[in-house]
Design a binder for this molecule. Structure first.
Ligand SMILES: [Zn+2]
Length: 305
C-alpha cells in the first residue's frame, strides 16, 4: 500500500506558471529588457507554447496552468492552449479598474481554453470585494468551470526588480479577509489563493476554513515563511491540511522564464516537506496532480466526451 518514500506522485500538474510572451516583454521594454535579463526571446505564442510543452515533457510534468501575466495578453495564452489543449490550461490577468474589464474578460473566456482570471489587488489597487472586482466574479459564475485566482499578501514581481523598474503596489489591498464575503457570494466559483496567502497565512486559513470554494496554491519558494519565527514549509503544509484538507491544495512552482524553465527544486522542496510530515501517497497525489484535474478537467472531459 505504501509507496516508497521519494516516489514520484501519480502525476505532476502545476497550477502556477507564467507565460512570459512577447507582449509581456513589450510592456517591460522589449528586446532591451530581454538583453538585460539574459533570457530567451519568447517568439510567437505558438513557439513559446511548444517550448513549454517540451520542458514539461523533459521534467515529466503532465499539465500546467500558464498565466498571461500582464492585462490584455489573454490571447497569447489562449493560442498556447489551443495548440496543446491536453497539456495546458490558460489563466489570464485582469485589471478590474480598467474600462470594460468585465466585457473583455467575458470575451476572453468564450473560446474555452482560458479557465481562470487572475486578480492582483495590490498591483492595481482595489479591494477584491469592490463592485468592479465583483463584476468579474459575475463573469466567472456565468461560465461554470471558471476559477478566479486572487493574489494576496506580499507581492513582488521578480522581473521588475531585476530590471530596476518601480513596483508601485500597495499590499493593504492584499488581505485575504477581503475575500470572505465575495467567496460566500459565489460558492460555485473556485477561488485560488497562491502561496498559501503569501505571508497572511492565518487570514488565508480563516477564509479557507469558512469558504469551501477557497483553495490554496503551494507555489514558489514560499519565502514568506520568514515573517513567522520558526515556521517551516512542512508546518505550513501540516496546518493547511488540518484546516482545509487535502482536496484544496494545488501544487504550483511559479516557473516563468527560459532558459531556466520549470523550477524542479520547488517541487523537490515541497515533496520533501510533505514526506517530512508523513503525508500519505494519496494525499501527495491529490496535491501534486489530482486536485488540478478535478478543478480543471482535461479538455476532452471538459467537453463531455
Ligand atoms: Zn507567480
Amino acid at each position: 500500500m505504501c509507496r516508497k518514500l521519494g516516489a514520484m506522485p501519480a502525476a505532476i500538474n502545476d497550477v502556477h506558471c507564467h507565460f512570459f510572451s512577447t507582449p509581456f516583454f513589450a510592456a517591460l521594454g522589449g528586446d532591451a529588457a530581454l538583453a538585460t535579463l539574459g533570457w530567451e526571446a519568447p517568439g510567437t505564442a505558438d513557439a513559446l507554447a511548444d517550448r513549454w510543452v517540451a520542458e514539461l515533457d523533459r521534467q515529466q510534468v503532465s499539465r500546467a496552468a500558464l498565466i498571461a501575466s500582464v492585462p490584455g495578453d489573454a490571447a497569447s495564452v489562449a493560442a498556447a492552449v489551443d495548440r496543446h489543449p491536453g497539456r495546458l490550461v490558460g489563466f489570464f490577468m485582469v485589471d478590474p479598474t480598467a474600462p470594460d474589464a468585465a466585457a473583455h474578460a467575458a470575451t476572453a473566456l468564450e473560446g474555452g481554453g482560458l479557465r481562470a482570471m487572475c486578480l492582483f489587488p495590490a498591483m492595481h489597487r482595489y479591494h477584491v470585494h469592490d463592485e468592479r472586482a465583483r463584476a468579474l466574479f459575475d463573469v466567472a459564475a456565468s461560465k461554470p468551470g471558471t476559477a478566479v485566482f486572487v493574489h494576496c499578501g506580499v507581492l513582488s514581481v521578480g522581473v521588475r526588480k531585476k530590471l530596476g523598474l518601480p513596483s508601485p503596489f500597495d499590499i493593504r489591498f492584499g488581505n485575504p479577509l477581503d475575500l470572505h464575503a465575495v467567496a460566500l457570494n459565489y460558492p460555485q466559483v473556485p477561488i485560488i489563493v497562491p502561496h498559501f496567502g503569501a505571508g497572511l497565512f492565518r487570514e488565508a486559513l480563516m477564509v479557507g476554513d469558512l469558504c469551501p470554494n477557497v483553495l490554496f496554491d503551494t507555489s514558489s519558494s514560499n519565502s514568506w515563511i520568514k515573517y513567522h519565527p520558526g515556521l517551516t514549509l512542512g508546518a505550513v503544509f501540516r496546518q493547511a491540511l488540518a484546516v482545509v484538507g487535502p482536496g484544496r491544495l494545488l501544487f504550483g512552482s511559479d516557473s516563468s522564464f527560459f532558459p531556466r524553465g520549470w523550477v524542479k527544486d520547488v517541487y523537490e522542496q515541497q515533496s520533501a516537506a510533505l514526506e517530512a510530515i508523513g503525508a500519505s501517497a494519496e494525499v501527495r497525489d491529490r496535491i501534486f496532480g489530482g486536485n488540478f484535474n478535478r478543478v480543471f478537467p482535461a479538455a476532452d472531459q471538459h467537453k463531455g466526451h
